[in-house]
Design a protein around this ligand. Structure first.
Ligand SMILES: CC(=O)N[C@@H](CCC[C@H](N)C(=O)O)C(=O)O
Length: 371
């Protein structure tokens, strides 16, 4: 498969972004492609909206797996691509269209010329939300094809095409979503003393919550508390009875995350008292840290450099990934693939360079054959 074919697949997938566990068209697209190239070495099965493919190795001693996530984000695309999202309000703004295309490219080459060992390709739903990796790990389908080793990639807008970045040990943080509902008393804007204003209560929570990272987390440790969405009220001259904050917390250490949750709960109680309201907290999905197993990193670096690409030993990031659960249970690693976009992950104008597709396919194929 050449770059033109990879681009064509990526552009098809880019137009049909679907949220976690709703990836029906994406699954259909993957299955149609896989059945077109299917041969006697390949087996295909589905799990919810995901797909698993096994290629039997020539002389298999073990099984290596490669995981690609397939879901998209509720972001309205602003790239002006001729092939922009046909699902208004959803976008492949985290590069999962790239991840799937690279998997299909490597799979096609390996199906034509099978590797020594068995390989399982995992097209996993719901990475962004609510998390597909953990239930997939517990599924009969994956248990039947349980791999000995596993790896995955994520596109990296900040690195040039041809650069691969990773590290031994911690790569991505522990994460917890944060959903908070504030309930007070609505009223007329001109009579604030008769109401309990949840715009003020939720704003106050968000401003004060910034002290949690700044003043309760050891400066030599690292954590994040970000509210990405805030909704409240109905009208400009009314007082909002309800407000909702939606965010995420990140920490490199699990105990730091527990401490932050205690502080969030303490502050919520203080807001209840101060603003005479009720506050409920839901932590949504929590992802386990991505921790790369040391034994793979040196051989992987050699595989990358042997193909003429640049390997960078990078610092850990505050991104999260439910692939962390897979690495908790199966030895392996994850790496960043440079795609050189002026706009970052989760941005409505993310524009990864498509030349990186070929780099990804070469590295994934070579890793499966040589690691
Ligand atoms: C690589 C990446 O961007 N992953 C997402 C994972 C989201 C986890 C969860 N929905 C949360 O927001 O905590 C990320 O935002 O890092």
């Amino acid at each position: 498969m050449n770059l033109e074919q990879l681009q064509s697949i990526r552009r098809d997938l880019h137009q049909i972004p679907e949220l976690g566990f709703q990836e029906k068209k994406t699954q259909q697209y993957l299955l149609e492609y896989l059945h077109r190239i299917k041969n006697e070495k390949m087996e295909i099965q589905t799990w919810k909206t995901g797909v698993l493919v096994k290629i039997t190795g020539r002389n298999a001693e073990e099984t290596i797996a490669y995981r690609a996530d397939i879901d998209a984000l509720p972001i309205t695309e602003e790239t002006n691509y001729s092939f922009e999202s046909q699902h208004k309000g959803n976008m492949h703004a985290c590069g999962h269209d790239f991840h799937m295309t690279i998997a299909l490219g490597a799979l096609t080459r390996l199906a034509e010329n099978p590797p020594h060992n068995n390989v399982v390709f995992i097209f996993q739903p719901a990475e962004e939300n609510p998390g597909g990796a953990l239930p997939m790990l517990q599924s009969e389908e994956l248990k039947a094809w349980w791999p000995d080793r596993i790896f995955a990639l994520h596109i990296a807008p900040e690195y040039p095409v041809g650069t691969i970045a990773s590290r031994s040990g911690l790569l991505f943080a522990n994460t917890s979503e944060l959903f908070m509902d504030f309930k007070g008393k609505g009223g007329h804007a001109a009579y604030p003393h008769t109401a309990k204003d949840m715009v003020v209560a939720a704003s106050s929570f968000n401003v004060q919550a910034q002290h949690i990272v700044a003043r309760t987390v050891d400066p030599l440790d690292s954590a994040v508390l970000t509210v990405g969405k805030m909704t409240a009220g109905f009208v400009q001259n009314g007082i909002a009875e309800n407000a909702r904050l939606e965010g995420t917390m990140r920490a490199f250490k699990a105990e730091t995350m527990s401490g932050m949750k205690q502080n969030v709960e303490g502050l919520a109680k203080a807001i209840e008292l101060a603003y005479e309201c009720t506050v409920s907290i839901d932590y949504g999905s929590n992802y386990y840290q991505v921790f790369n197993h040391e034994q793979f990193m040196e051989p992987f670096q050699q595989i990358v450099e042997k193909r003429g690409f640049k390997y960078v030993d990078c610092p850990p990031a505050m991104t999260g990934e439910d692939f962390g659960y897979m690495l908790r249970d199966i030895p392996g690693f994850m790496f960043w693939l440079g795609v050189d976009s002026p706009y970052g992950l989760h941005h409505s104008q993310l524009q990864p360079k498509e030349e990186a597709l070929e780099v990804g396919v070469q590295v994934v194929e070579a890793t499966i054959r040589e690691l």
